[in-house]
Design a protein around this ligand. Structure first.
Ligand code: HMG
Ligand code: MG
Length: 316
């Protein structure tokens, strides 16, 4: 059986869920930033091409961060022009500061993401700044990106727990989300960087953000799957009305500055659940699984995604 003829779950819609979800694919960025060995630029470009062909319409391509901090993505200048004109796909890139924005704009990037933290410990580890200092860096970056007509996403990491500080109070998360919204970010992505969230916590944070005037329509969710809770957390977010979900093909991922972070929610596991719920994503699951199998071959280890494994076995 070929990858494009594999099985799909029976679609049984549930009540009060969105009709369509936009998957924000982060494999090439969040996935590959954590690889021990550098992945060749050509392989990254091919990965992005295959993800686009599988129907993913938003693929986070790379980061314009300091090459010494994230050497795995030091080839951003070589990679981005190779994928920039792929049809039908938006290619957001991460920028940590004005220098990163300059680099991204010089190559014609039109979707950028700044990345803040809800905790001081991670702000320091990831950006070498306090939370307030990093927000002060982002303010003019967001303003200039908007002036240049770019779409701006604001990530907030450690929304549900922090490896150094433990529990993270809701008000801390809300205050950073509010600051990014006030700066003019078009959307926010709520990061469970170390995968400790559970569904009730997700619901509580979304409600607290709404109460603070941050609308659900501007919110995406970004779950790492360390404790196997990412799909349950996603379901809770869908019930709340969230329609943007971050995921990583094959479950690649982690964060080099938070050792307890493992891979993101696998895009295949997400697509399987959404197909079963009758929610449209536009993604061809067979082509996506084939892409993750191909990437697993390049990385020399199997994908941790349950769906990739199940469907790969089916083909033998
Ligand atoms: P720093 O060392 O404080 O930088 O790093 P600085 O501002 O002091 O500048 C030092 C030198 O670096 C200067 O050069 C700058 O020009 C240069 P010099 O004048 O000495 O010759 N520099 C740069 N060069 C190239 N590109 C740049 C850049 N910026 C400065 N953009 C910095 C501060 C923010 C740069 C650094 O900490 C950094 O790059 N951090 C990035 C860390 C990162 O990428 N982490 C992973 C992404 S976040 C994540 O994964 C979480 C997420 O998935 C959500 C979730 O799961 O929670 C998004
Ligand atoms: Mg992440």
């Amino acid at each position: 059986m070929s990858a494009s003829e594999i099985g799909l779950p029976m679609a049984v819609p549930a009540r009060n869920l969105p009709e369509r979800v936009r998957i924000h694919e982060v494999g090439p960025r969040d996935g590959l930033q954590n690889e021990k060995n550098a992945v060749p630029t050509e392989v990254k470009a091919e990965f992005i091409r295959r993800l686009a062909e599988a129907g993913l319409t938003t693929v986070e391509a790379t980061s314009f961060v300091h090459p010494k901090w994230v050497p795995q993505l030091a080839d951003a200048e070589a990679l981005f022009p190779q994928v920039k004109d792929l049809p039908g796909v938006r290619l957001p890139v991460l920028v940590p500061n004005a220098r990163g924005l300059d680099r991204a704009l010089a190559l014609g990037a039109d979707r950028i993401a700044v990345f803040a933290s809800a905790t001081e410990s991670f702000a320091k580890a990831n950006l070498n700044r306090t939370v307030a200092e990093s927000l002060a860096v982002f303010d003019p970056v967001v303003a200039r990106a908007k002036e240049e007509g770019a779409h701006v996403r604001g990530y907030v990491s450690m929304c549900f727990g922090d490896p150094w500080e433990g529990a993270v109070p809701l008000h801390q998360v809300v205050s950073v989300c509010r600051a990014l919204t006030d700066m003019g970010c078009d959307e926010l992505s709520l990061g469970d960087t170390i995968g400790v969230a559970t569904p009730g916590h997700v619901r509580e944070l979304l409600a607290a953000l709404n109460e603070a005037g941050v609308p659900t329509s501007s919110l995406g969710v970004h779950f790492h799957d360390t404790y196997g809770q990412a799909l349950a957390n996603t379901y809770a977010a869908l019930e709340h009305g969230v329609t943007t979900v971050d995921a990583s093909a094959g479950g690649l991922g982690g964060c080099p500055y938070a050792r307890s972070a493992t891979g993101n929610l696998a895009t295949e596991d997400l697509v399987w659940m959404l197909r079963g719920l009758g929610i449209d994503t536009g993604v061809d699951l067979g082509r996506l699984v084939a892409t993750s199998e191909w990437m697993a071959g390049r990385l020399g280890r199997p994908s941790p995604s349950r769906t990739v494994r199940a469907l790969s076995h089916k083909e033998q």
